[in-house]
Design a binder for this molecule. Sequence first.
Ligand SMILES: Nc1ncnc2c1ncn2[C@@H]1O[C@H](COP(=O)(O)OP(=O)(O)OP(=O)(O)O)[C@@H](O)[C@H]1O
Ligand SMILES: [Mg+2]
Length: 372
Amino acid sequence: MRVQSLQLWQYRNISHLELECPQELHLFVGPNAQGKTNILESLYLLSLGKSHRSRSTQELIQFGKQQARLKANVIKKGQPHRLEIQLLGKGKKVSRNGIEQPRLSQYIGFLPAVLFAPEDLALVKGSPQVRRRFLDMEIGQVSRTYVYQLSQLTKLIVQRNHLLKKIHQDKKLHLSLLDVLNEQLVALVIPIWKKRFHFLRMLTTWAKEIHQTITENREELMIEYVPSIRIHQEMSEEEMKKSFLSELSKIQEKEIQRGSTLIGPQRDDFRLISNQLDLHIFGSQGQQRTAALSLKLAEIELIYQEMGVYPILLLDDVLSELDDSRKTHLLTAIQGRVQTFVTTTSLEGISSTTLDRAQVYQVRQGIISEQR
Ligand SMILES: Nc1ncnc2c1ncn2[C@@H]1O[C@H](COP(=O)(O)OP(=O)(O)OP(=O)(O)O)[C@@H](O)[C@H]1O
Ligand SMILES: [Mg+2]
C-alpha cells in the first residue's frame, strides 16, 4: 500500500498542502501545536472516513471557512485510486475515482491504515473495558460473524439482567425462564471465547516478535487472557460449557441480588506481561508505550493476512518517550514493508541511517516544507 500524494484545503490549521510522498518513511518535525497531528489525522480520515479524535465535521474545517477538502492518490495492489473527501458544515461527501460513494462502507478499504496515537497507551494503563474494545474491534475487522455474535450477546445480557431484577422481586415466577436464557447465553459465549483465544494467540506471536526487535531481545512480551471464570484455550467447547454452567449456578443468588450478569466475555480482560511483570502495574512509561506499540503493530500483520496488503502506518508522537535504541529499532522493525508517517518534535536520537532513507518535513503554523 502506498500513498503517492496528499492534498489538503482548509483542513484544520492547514490552508493548503500539496505533498508528494512516494518514499517509505516520512517524518514531520516541529514544535507543539503546529499541525503535525492534523496531517496524520487527515490520512486517517481518508482511510476510514472519520477522525480518530473528533466526532464533529465542523471541527475539522478551518476556522471561519465553510468547507474543507482532502485528496489522496494511492496505490493498492498495483492499482491506482483517487480518494477524496469533502467536509461540509453539516456532513461529508466521500468519493473514489471521481465517483461519489453513497455509503461510507463502500468507500472504506482502499487505504487501510494503522494509527498509533498517545491515547493508545490506555491499552496498557487503562481499564479492562479499553482492552476489550480493542480486541472486539480487531476481531470485528476480520470476522463479521463475531460482530453479530457480540451484538447478540449485548442484547441477551440486557434481557437477562432485566429478568434477574424481576426474579429478585418474585422468585418463583421467572426462575424457569432464567434457565432458557442461560442456555442461550452458553450458545453465544463459547464461540466468542473461542475466537478471542484464537485471535489473541495470533496477535501475541506477532506482537512478541516486534517487541523483541524494539527492545533488542532485552524484554519478552507475553499476552495473557484473563477470563472471568476458570477456562483456558486448551479446553474443548464441552469443557468450557460445563465450566460456565456450573459457575452460573454457583453465583445465581449473587446475580439475582445484584440484578446483573457477572460472568462472561463482557467481564474479561487481558494482561500484558514483560519479563514476568504485569506492565499495567509495574511497567515504566517507556515499557508501557513499547508494549502498547507492539500490540498495535501486530495489527499490521493481521490486516496483511486478511486483506493481502500491508496498511500504511501512522505514528503520532511515539518517539518522545522511547530511548534512542528503541527509536531506531522501532523504525527498523517496520522497514521495507510498510509506508510510515511519523510525527515528532525533534529528530534527536534518530539514527543517521534512518534519517538517510526518510523524507523529513518541517511543520510550522500549518505550513509544511521539505527539509534538504
Ligand atoms: N478547525 C481548525 N481550524 C484552524 N486551526 C485548528 C483547527 N482545529 C485545530 N486547529 C489548530 O491546529 C493546531 C495544530 O494542531 P496539531 O494537533 O496538529 O498540533 P501538533 O503539531 O501535533 O502539536 P503537538 O506536538 O502538541 O502534538 C492547534 O494549535 C489547533 O489550535
Ligand atoms: Mg500532535
